[in-house]
Design a protein around this ligand. Sequence first.
Ligand code: ATP
Length: 505
Amino acid sequence: PANSMEELVSLCKRRGFIFQGSEIYGGLQGFYDYGPLGVELKNNIKAAWWRANVYERDDMEGLDSSIIMHRMVLRHSGHEATFSDPMVDNKKNNKRYRLDHLVKDQKADVIEKVAAGIGEDASNFPAVVAALIKQPAKASEVLKAAGVRDAFSGEVGDWTEPKPFNMMFKTTIGPVADEESYGYLRPETAQGIFTNFKNVVDSTSRRLPFGIAQIGKAFRNEITPRNFIFRVRELEQMEIEFFCVPGTDEDWHQHWLDKRLAWWEAQGIPRSKIEILDVPPEDLAHYSKRTYDLMYDYPTLGHEEIEGIANRSDYDLGSHTKSQSELNLVATVSENNDSIARLTIPHPDTNKPVVPFVIEPSAGVDRALLAVLSEAFTKETLENGNERIVLKFKPHLAPIKVAVIPLARNREEITTVAKAIKTELQGLGLGRVLYEDSGNIGKAYRRHDEVGTPYCVTVDFDTIGQNESGDAALKGTVTVRDRDTLAQERVKISELAGWIREKLR
Ligand code: ATP
């Protein structure tokens, strides 16, 4: 695995996985572009998630809902009122910080002073932050007295009172900008699932329990985007809302925790690198009955959230439904006089309408990609003393599946065979196959190690029966080089497609 984030950032840029957004105009903070290899890796991760969670189950449906949502959706979901992070400004240079990030980044003795000042124990960091938010005037004094430093200037800051900063991007809809014509870019894909609950039930005749899966962009105006693609303002999520009978929710929560851990393992993230955080009740989001955060051990950052698996009770459908008072909701919801739909489904035993409970596994695509890259990253010293960087992706995630290399790019007998092999292997539908004639063979191998191509197929003079000292039996065969073992094997062209298909399965 990678030792540092820096190592990954530099490889990503060098090999075309990820670029800074709007780079030619100096970049835009919190936005990244996925390059030729990044888009393949990202698509492969999303496809693996979709396969496991939609195709390989019998209780799931898919959805692709719109990014811009009616403001009522995000009002009744609770986002307008509560989707905010605590922000403090440094009055000396007008720089803003997310309060918890600011404090977390201080030296240990400063964190101790902040904790003591606000009357909490430094070992319970969330409690320290919660106390600072609760007592803003005191918080400002405590931050100053503790000597909290500004990350930009490095100097002790003059801190304002923390106040909530809503992270939703707002936009105008239609040609007239007035009081009523605004909407939001969704801050999570989940709300599109809740608002389509009835549509999906009515069009598929689903009964409980069942789930809806969605992959798509979400937008959060993060106060301090940082750590490469870990915290961005335009992100992508892979989310499931699993609807179940109230009372069965705890079992389903456990089911999804197990399933999701197994999925991460199948993507090359060992179980030992993920800690399960059973989020303490006082830190739970307003909708959550219980949440497990999966904390992956990122290089440089340490354990940070890669996925949250929440038991959202009947909060969401209960918030978006009409006739709330008739539905015996368990969650505390605010009054909804705007919805025109009754979001219930027949209870499988009694047939009486019920608002289901929801289990939500919500993973970030960008954070997944960073973890997959980090685990795949390997630095090896070869027998001849040379060092190589190799990305040991699981084959189904590799951006390029096979590189086909003609040993001499000007010999038509060789290039014709190589091109025909490329076309045949591409036709297997396994993903990208590259015709690679851009340099000498050693360089090609090194480049493909660095981007994680599992197999390089070389067409040489033996292949076309023209190696003077050669072995006639090698005619019609190619060399296949294995990325991880470096073993080279002669395979008959006639058997190559089957061989590759078997290996990449
Ligand atoms: P954090 O505490 O790190 O801000 P969160 O608890 O707000 O994250 P959720 O609202 O639970 O995150 O979102 C679900 C998932 O979406 C996260 O587990 C993460 O993988 C991803 N995600 C959330 N915010 C971002 C972001 N700014 N950049 C990249 N991925 C994100």
